[in-house]
Structures are given as structure tokens and as C-alpha cells.
Design a protein around this ligand. Structure first.
Ligand code: SAM
Length: 252
């Protein structure tokens, strides 16, 4: 039933008939209003999205426990035998990524950071502990943090509009913003550490800091996804993405 409604609305959206397009927009408006009044998470995405508009990347807070099992395993093998690791989860949402990393690295100290203060509060309540802490990404406390052995930034450097609108030839957000965040994260990662990037609109290799990194040569690092890729001029260059996700920092 829900499936056939979705198909009907999709047809209305792309219909040449103005009346059908109007039906689509009215339904969308009602749906968003319903979401706004019933979902605090959605309200917080709108509020912080507006408040930190120039700093925001992905607005959606969607996350899951153990969302990246293959990536976690790759990193576990890389750090085999090392216990006192310092890990950063950038764009940690409500903390599930930090909790999952904790399962794979029980003796590590893991910091989760996010731009959405509501998500940080939830993460602290659900998963905060002696080894897992959460901090707002625009706080002075976060700015001072450094010497991480691994930085995870998954599903942060993307905009939903780049995937849902077929006509997005130019990225909905700027490569410049992506590169600036990577430069900031690069400063926080120690030489010999791992940078992990997944679900991304741009390519890490296009950034100025990529020359300090080497792709980790292991199975399952490279992945093809059914999502567009944009270049450093924000132009769409492909309807699919095929990227490596784990990089070793070889130069300070
Ligand atoms: C889709 S969630 C990803 C959560 C988790 N990393 C995962 O992969 O399951 C994206 C998160 O990135 C956060 N985010 C967006 N821009 C950010 C920024 N500039 N600094 C820190 N977090 C940001 C959002 O608030 C949101 O919680």
C-alpha cells in the first residue's frame, strides 16, 4: 500500500500535468508538517541546519549500530596488537558509531563529535562512559583535541539532495567546505594513523591533503556505490561512485 502511494506520488512529481504536480507538492507539505510536529530529531536538524548553515554537511542524523562491519574489521586488523588507541568519530550523530567502534576496540578512548547539539546530548546519555565521550564539533574543547590514531567520517560529507534530485549537475554543497573540514581533521590525525571516509559526494584524492596519505591496500577497501560523484569544481562527473575508503597518513 505504502509502496503504491510512493509510486503514485513519484509519477505526480514528474508529471507534465500541473494538477498532479500540485497534488505532489501539497502531499509533501503535509508530510513535512506532520514530521515537524511529531519528530524532535527532525526539528533539531532544521534548527541546527539553519543556525550553522555555513558549517553543516549532511543534515540527516540517520545512523545505525554496526553500520560498517567491513570497515571496522579492516581497521581492527591494521591496529592488531595496539591497545591504547585514540579514535575520533566525526559526525557521530546519536553515538551508535562510537558504541560500535567501542565493541571492536574495547581498550581505545573514543571521542564522538557532531554539529547537532541534540544528537550529542542523546549520545552522552546512551553511550557516554570513561572511554567514550561526546563533544560539540564547534566547541573550543573540540578544536584543542589532536593526536588521534584514527578518524572516522562516514555519511557526513554528503547532501541528500545530490542523490535524490536527478538534475543535480552541480553539487548542492561546496567542495571547498569538504576540503576545509578534511584539512581540520588532518591536523588532528597522527602520522601512521588511519582516515576513514565513506558515503561521500566528493573524492578524497581531489583534496590538497591527499598527498600526505596512501590508500590502505586491503580487500574491501574500494567500494562502488549507486550514487553520484562530484569533482573539486562541484560538477557531477559520474552517476556512480567508486572510491577507496581507508587511507594511511604517511606524512605529518
Ligand atoms: C547521516 S549522519 C552519520 C552518522 C554516522 N557517522 C554514521 O555513518 O552512521 C551525519 C551526521 O553528520 C553530522 N554533521 C553534519 N555536518 C557536520 C559538521 N560540520 N561537523 C560535525 N558533524 C556534522 C550531522 O549532524 C549528522 O549527525
Amino acid at each position: 500500500m505504502t509502496g503504491s502511494i510512493k509510486v503514485f506520488l513519484k509519477r505526480c512529481k514528474h508529471s507534465k500535468n500541473m494538477l498532479f504536480r500540485l497534488i505532489y507538492h501539497i502531499c509533501l507539505g503535509l508530510f513535512l508538517l506532520f514530521r515537524f510536529f511529531t519528530k524532535a530529531g527532525y526539528r533539531s536538524e532544521l534548527y541546527y541546519g539553519f543556525r550553522y548553515v555555513k558549517r553543516y554537511h549532511q543534515r540527516s542524523s540517520f545512523t545505525l549500530l554496526n553500520r560498517y562491519p567491513r570497515l571496522f574489521t579492516i581497521c581492527q586488523h591494521f591496529f592488531e596488537g595496539r591497545k591504547q588507541l585514540r579514535i575520533l568519530s566525526f559526525g557521530c550523530s546519536t553515538g551508535e558509531e562510537v558504541e560500535s567502534l567501542g565493541g571492536h576496540f574495547p581498550e581505545a578512548h573514543i571521542t564522538g563529535t557532531d554539529i547537532n547539539k541534540r544528537s550529542i546530548r542523546i549520545a552522552r546519555t546512551k553511550y557516554g562512559s570513561e572511554t567514550k565521550n561526546f563533544i560539540h564539533s564547534l566547541s573550543s574543547g573540540f578544536q584543542k583535541l589532536e593526536n588521534f590514531d584514527m578518524v572516522f567520517c562516514c555519511a557526513v560529507f554528503q547532501s541528500t539532495a545530490n542523490r535524490t534530485s536527478h538534475n543535480n549537475q552541480i553539487s548542492d554543497w561546496a567542495f571547498e567546505q569538504f576540503e576545509a573540514s578534511l584539512q581540520m581533521l588532518d591536523q588532528k590525525l597522527s602520522k601512521g594513523g588511519l582516515l576513514v571516509i565513506d558515503h561521500c559526494d566528493f573524492r578524497f584524492v581531489d583534496t590538497s591533503c591527499a598527498e600526505k596519505y596512501e590508500t590502505l591496500d586491503v580487500a574491501n577497501n574500494r567500494i562502488q556505490r549507486d550514487r553520484p560523484t562530484y569533482d573539486r569544481h562541484n560538477q557531477k562527473i559520474s552517476e556512480v561512485s567508486e572510491n577507496d575508503r581507508v587511507f594511511v597518513k604517511i606524512r605529518p
